[in-house]
Ligand binder design. Structure first.
Ligand SMILES: Nc1ncnc2c1ncn2[C@@H]1O[C@H](COP(=O)(O)OP(=O)(O)OP(=O)(O)O)[C@@H](O)[C@H]1O
Length: 270
């Protein structure tokens, strides 16, 4: 008998994880996780090193199967859907993806090739529509003038922006960003936070999930937060309810005090 499809009230759910666990070599990387993301939500996932953030993102990117529980992405259940049909509908940036891009690749090729799910040049197959879209995205990220540079000659911050443009190339319904501000200097971080904030506030932008270690990197416009520790959710929900001194202290196992300035957060040890 075929499995029933998702009820219609779940249509707006871009991600739905129920009772999810990921186990490797006898360790629980994630356990008992219930989490969902709606179309118009922008989530930050925060937690210390080893908390399971990247594992969670890889589940949401259809790169991993759960060991326990169920993962539904864009209305399809992982394990029942062809992940190669699903992946172009999900934009994903991470350090691991950046490492796979050859240094001599032209910036515009890095972006446009996302539409063909390849790394490397494939120029003969690109059409003008794709090249125009890549140029437009590079413009949105403020790096249109770097289209003809090679990826290897860019600064860390410029590379992060190219990767975000690449992850938007297929017009995804879900955008996953794994520590996009890691390794950036203060100016680079602030610039990226501002660009992500613009994207978060754009009603046409996809649902977004941003993984970070730092509350300072939460872009204004992000609506929800999930705090992870040792593979478990400490708390998840609306940003203002979740990002508190108490919850951060529990998550990072330190006595932390949170400060707010406008729409930005800052944290330090008490
Ligand atoms: N294949 C594996 N076998 C055993 N343990 C693993 C495996 N892959 C990851 N882990 C462990 O699972 C835990 C969660 O890893 P994950 O990369 O999801 O954490 P993270 O929150 O993203 O960490 P970080 O902030 O340091 O990037 C880590 O302790 C990691 O060492």
């Amino acid at each position: 008998m075929s499995e029933p499809s998702l009820p219609s009230d779940l249509d707006d759910l871009v991600v739905r994880m129920s009772g999810v666990g990921v186990r490797r070599s006898g360790n629980d990387l994630l356990a008992d996780l219930d989490w969902s993301v709606e179309l118009d939500e922008r989530w930050v996932v925060l937690g210390p090193n080893g908390a399971g953030k990247t594992t969670l993102l890889r589940l949401a990117a259809a790169e991993l199967h759960p060991t326990a529980g169920t993962v539904d992405l864009l209305g399809d259940r992982i394990g029942r859907v062809n992940i190669f049909d699903l992946r172009p509908r999900i934009g994903f940036t991470s350090a691991a993806i950046a490492q796979r891009i050859p240094g001599d690749e032209l910036v515009e090729d890095v972006v446009v090739s996302a539409g063909y799910a390849v790394m490397g040049r494939w120029r003969e197959a690109y059409d003008n529509l794709d090249l125009n879209r890549a140029a437009e995205l590079l413009g949105t990220l403020g790096i249109a003038h770097m289209a003809k540079r090679t990826f290897g000659t860019l600064s860390e911050g410029e590379r992060k922006r190219v990767l975000i443009a690449r992850s938007l190339m297929t017009d995804p319904e879900l955008l996953l960003l794994d520590e996009p501000a890691a390794g950036l200097d203060l100016g680079g971080r602030e610039d990226l936070v501002a660009r992500l904030s613009d994207l978060a506030m754009d009603p046409d932008a996809p649902a977004m999930v941003l993984v970070t270690h730092h509350v300072e990197e939460i872009p204004p416009g992000f609506t929800h937060a999930l705090l992870l520790r040792d593979g478990h959710a400490v708390v998840g929900g609306l940003m203002d309810d979740v990002i508190t001194s108490e919850n951060l202290s529990k998550t990072f196992d330190q006595d932390l005090v949170l400060q707010r300035s406008g729409e930005r957060f800052f944290a330090r040890r008490r």
